[in-house]
Design a protein around this ligand. Structure first.
Ligand code: PMP
Length: 389
């Protein structure tokens, strides 16, 4: 039967990692990677994560199943971190998931079970969004989000497109730190979006995968917090992969905000069923680590401090990059004001390939760069190489 299968394309980012690894040129630079890197080029384990792991090793007494919904204490603590006071008192269904991707897939399956047929995605967005929603059977519609040459967020066009969406359509929004553009929605624009979503009867699905990497832990969730208190229903997909550096531990959660406790409880039972028939139960370790950190003032303070210094490093590289690159691309002054790990450079595919061939600078042909892939000491040299284009 397997003869009937068609080969599927490799993930271009994974292929890029392979190419980078086999390049033995000195001073090669990897801007393609999707994880945080420090000044040494490492993706460190947070100090608070190590401490929580040590504590868990000593105190955990069982590896018995956690149940399809996961650990309610983890879910409460993560919701408090994500939604803050805005989340308190809302009727909410919560299910622990294998990472943010798992949360998005559960959200998609829930939308389909509830009779939803279409989801609106920004152009561009993280490529896996469309793949996940299509796999769940949703139709994809798009709204303009970002213009690469001018580096502008196309808020007017986005609002116009969403104003034409049909009631019951879902709309995916990035809470902050947009992947791949870094483009941010201003607070007053969140208000306008909320009004459109409310008046059109749309279902917002907010993807929050980089909380703390943009302006701050609270600031990065501010739009989401405003939105969930004003609309009758919302879905929030949380990833702990970046914010806690737990990538491979597959840690996340899906929250469904509903109009009543009764409806939230039905939504919860549906999410749990979807989990049960997909992978049965979520992995525990990463969630136990997050729960331990968020439940302990000292560990939490240390986590916040380490996350702040990562954010500071990204911000300072953004400033340097914007100053240098804008000598050649005026619009790239915007890189300084963008948020999170990614920016999308206005490069042709030929430019990307030339940087790779001539200077061992690696990035996908889309021109997306991971700011954290740069070390402060090498930024100037890397800018000079871009300026040869
Ligand atoms: N949403 C966005 C925007 C992302 O960039 C990512 C990871 N690259 C995710 C969700 C999912 O993250 P994970 O499944 O690793 O938690």
């Amino acid at each position: 039967m397997f003869d009937a299968l068609h080969p599927q394309p490799d993930d271009p980012l994974l292929a890029l990692i392979g190419l980078y690894k086999t390049d033995d040129r000195k001073g090669k630079v990897d801007l393609g990677v999707g994880v945080y890197r420090d000044e040494q080029g490492a993706t460190p384990i947070f100090r608070a994560v190590k401490a929580a792991e040590r504590r868990l090793l000593e105190t955990q007494e069982s590896k018995a199943y956690v149940g399809p919904e996961g650990d309610p204490v983890f879910l409460d603590r993560l919701w408090e971190l994500t939604a803050g006071s805005a989340g308190r008192g809302l009727a909410t269904a919560a299910v622990q998931t294998p990472g943010g991707s798992g949360a998005l897939r559960l959200a998609a399956d829930l939308i389909v079970r509830a009779g939803g047929r279409k989801i609106w995605l920004g152009v561009p967005t993280w490529p896996n969004h469309a793949s996940i929603f299509k796999a769940a059977g949703l139709e994809i519609a798009t709204y303009p989000f970002f213009d690469v040459p001018s580096q502008a967020v196309l808020f007017e066009s986005m609002a116009d497109a969403l104003a034409k969406a049909a009631p019951g359509d879902a709309v995916l929004l990035h809470a902050s730190c947009h992947n791949p553009t870094g483009g941010a929605i201003a607070p007053e624009q969140w208000k306008e979006l909320t009004e459109i979503i409310e008046s059109r009867g749309l279902l917002p699905l907010i993807d929050i995968a980089y909380q703390g990497f943009g302006k701050g832990i609270e600031e990065d969730a501010a739009g989401l917090r405003m939105l969930i208190t004003r609309v009758p229903e919302a879905l929030v997909a949380v990833s702990c992969s970046k914010s806690f550096g737990l990538y491979r531990e597959r840690t996340g959660a899906i929250y469904a905000v509903a109009a009543s406790d009764k409806i939230a409880s039905i939504a919860r039972s549906n999410l749990a069923l979807i989990a049960r028939v997909s992978y049965s139960m979520p992995p525990d370790h990463g969630a136990a680590v997050v729960s331990t950190i968020l439940g302990d003032d000292t560990l939490k303070a240390d986590w916040i401090s380490e996350l702040s210094s990562m954010r500071g490093r990204i911000t300072s590289i953004r400033d340097k990059l914007a100053a240098g690159m804008s000598r050649r691309w005026q619009s790239l002054t915007a890189v300084a004001g963008q948020e999170g790990m990614f920016s999308l450079l206005p490069l042709e595919e030929a430019d990307v390939l030339a940087l790779r061939a001539n200077h061992a600078i690696y990035m996908p042909t889309s021109g997306r760069i991971n700011i954290a892939g740069l070390k402060s000491a090498e930024v100037d040299a890397v800018i000079e190489k871009f300026l040869t284009l």
